[in-house]
Design a protein around this ligand. Sequence first.
Ligand code: SAM
Length: 195
Amino acid sequence: FIAGKRKATEVAHSVWKNVVSKGDSVIDATCGNGHDTLALLRMVADDSGRGFVYGMDIQSSALESTSSLLDESVNPNQRKLVELFCLCHSKMEDVIPQGVSIRLVAFNLGYLPGGDKGIITASNTTLLALQAASRILVSGGLISIVAYVGHPGGREEYDTVQAFASGLPVDLWATCKLEMLNRPAAPVLILLFKK
Ligand code: SAM
C-alpha cells in the first residue's frame, strides 16, 4: 500500500481502507480542511444510511471548511452521516454516544494548512485524546496519527505520541511507525492497532 505514495496522509488512507468497512463508525479528531473527514465518510457510508463520522476541531473556521467540502463532495444522504463538533479532541468521550463501536480514530496533528500557525495541537491534550481514543476503540480498530516534527513543539509532541505508543501493552496492542528515511523532516505515520 506504500507503492506510488509520497505523503504520510496518502499511506494512512490506504491503511484505513484495510481496517474500516461500510457501516462502521469512526472519528476524525482533527478535521482541519476536511480532507480526512471526506475520505473517512467515503469509506464508511453505505447505501442504506449506515456508517458514521464524528469530526472534531477546536477552530470553528476549520469546521466551516470541512462542512463546505462535504456539502460539495457528497450527496445529502451521505452528508447526514457526519456530525461535526467544535471541541478539543481530549473531550471526545463527551460527544460519542454510549454503546457506539468506534473502528478508527484519525489524528492529523499540527496546524491548519492555510490557517493560523499559532493554533496547533499540543502534547498534553494530544496525550489525553490518545488515552480517550484507546478506551473507546473497538477490538480490531485502529488509532492513526500523522505527526509533524518541523514546527515549534512538533518534536516534543511526536515524542509524547511515541512514548504513549511504546507503552501500550503488547497483549492488547500492536503499534508501529512509518518514517521517510530519506526525508527526515517529513511527517511520521504512527499506527496503533487494538487486538
Ligand atoms: N485532517 C485535516 C485535513 O484533512 O485537512 C488537517 C488537520 S490540521 C493538520 C490540524 C487541525 O487540528 C487544525 O485544524 C487544528 O485546529 C486542529 N486542532 C488543534 N488542536 C486541537 C485539539 N485540541 N482538538 C481538536 N483539534 C485540534
